[in-house]
Design a protein around this ligand. Structure first.
Ligand code: GRF
Length: 217
């Protein structure tokens, strides 16, 4: 359990705007969370440059050369564990993780997903929400379990879908909300307020509702 400081390792594959939000939040309001490493599975992930600009150590582990998902995930876990993480944060890490990897980090692995889970697991969430004619859309932070995009919810940001929304405009607004709720969830965890209990996520020792803590705009 993190006490005075909480070592956070961030995994990403792309732009890393959520990483940037985490960096900015830990700077604007210092707390126990300390991003001690950023690991990418692609050498060209722009998030690596964001980390370097912030003075955070980076590492790259690419899957060619590994025989299968388990072998890659074992090497990834070894790399992560070298940074003694209290929390591992998936921030646009575009790989399906093996069951063994997920179990190893049970209760200390968070993900952000651009939909109001359990709706729209997987890809193309904004398009699917528009095609379904949903009145509301949003994003979710959840503990990671073996079910893809299926673990206990921590916090969701809910926003209205506007009549003239396109996939791009909706994605942009959802992204903006991701940048609010991920730092919040990481801060809760680092402060020891957020835990994964046997029945689901707990905040301040109280069970969160199935949808997590809801933030509406
Ligand atoms: C976000 O939309 C997040 O919800 C999803 O991957 C995307 C990462 O975006 N898991 P960025 O790289 O943080 O900008």
């Amino acid at each position: 359990m993190p006490s005075e400081s909480c070592n956070v390792v961030v995994l990403l594959s792309g732009s890393g705007s959520n990483l940037q939000a985490l960096i900015d939040s830990t700077r604007a309001a210092p707390g126990p969370a300390r991003i001690c490493a950023v690991i990418a599975n692609r050498a060209d992930a722009y998030g690596l440059q964001r980390a370097q600009a912030a003075g955070i150590p980076t590492a790259v582990l690419e899957h060619p050369g590994f025989e299968g998902r388990e072998a890659f995930d074992a090497a990834l876990a070894e790399l992560i564990d070298g940074f003694s993480p209290d929390l591992v944060v998936l921030a646009g890490f575009m790989r399906i993780l093996s069951a063994g990897f997920v179990r190893h980090y049970q209760g200390r692995l968070l993900n952000i997903h651009p939909s109001l889970l359990p709706k729209y697991k997987g890809l193309h969430t904004h398009r699917r929400a528009l095609e379904a004619g949903d009145a509301e859309h949003g994003c979710s932070v959840h503990f990671v379990t073996e079910e893809l995009d299926g673990g206990p919810l921590v916090v969701q940001a809910v926003l209205p879908v506007e009549p003239d929304d396109t996939v791009e405009s909706l994605a942009q607004r959802v992204h903006h909300h991701e940048h609010q709720i991920y730092p919040l969830a990481v801060r809760w965890f680092a402060e020891g307020r957020l835990r994964l209990g046997a029945e689901g996520a707990l905040l301040d020792a109280q069970p969160l509702p199935a949808c997590g803590h809801l933030i509406r705009s």
